[in-house]
Write a protein that binds this ligand. Structure first.
Ligand SMILES: [Mg+2]
Length: 177
């Protein structure tokens, strides 16, 4: 877990997650016919469910496009899925304004230079532990574990713990399933 200012944590209403290198490790697994495999963390998945239970909207945002990502989102009940978005800050701004949120109410987790603009612009800009140095320089927070290795789960725990609500959210989520 990492430390988040309780005031910052309390403001967060939308958690935007880059896909490759955040929800997965940075490997793109491609077969000879161009078919793709992605490895997701089951614990990130549960973290996403707990975040949603606690009232945080979760979004997937990718510059690439894959049916795997749509499937994973559907499994987790993630409704905000935006793929093929090269200009990630524009996508975040569009999402926030559609949801009636300011950028200070958004947390964004990224790993590479395409995430620089949104990470710098939002209320809580997070770089995963194995993110590129440029991103870590502008991020307000850095996870202790790498992308695909629980960085999303750690971010949810860190936000909800700073609010004093992680244990209650876990209890409530478990009672709801
Ligand atoms: Mg990435």
């Amino acid at each position: 877990m990492y430390t988040v200012d309780p005031e910052v944590a309390t403001r967060i209403k939308l958690l935007v997650l880059d896909v490759d290198g955040v929800l997965t490790n940075a490997s793109l697994v491609l077969g000879p016919a161009g078919e793709e495999l992605k490895f997701f963390s089951a614990r990130d998945g549960i973290g996403i469910k707990v975040a949603q239970y606690a009232g945080i909207e979760v979004a997937f945002l990718s510059a690439r496009s894959s049916k795997i990502v749509s499937n994973r989102a559907e499994t987790l009940g993630v409704k905000e899925v935006h793929q093929g978005e090269q200009q990630k800050l524009h996508a975040v701004k569009r999402m926030a304004s559609r949801l009636g949120l300011g950028l200070e109410e958004v947390a964004y987790v990224g790993d590479d230079i395409v995430d620089l603009a949104p990470v710098a612009a939002v209320g809580m800009g997070v770089a995963v532990a194995d993110a590129c140095d440029d991103l870590k320089e502008v991020a307000s927070h850095t996870t202790t574990v790498p992308g695909g290795g629980g960085a999303v789960r750690e971010t949810v725990e860190s936000i909800l713990t700073a609010r004093g609500g992680w244990k209650d959210a876990v209890k409530g989520y478990l009672a709801s399933i």
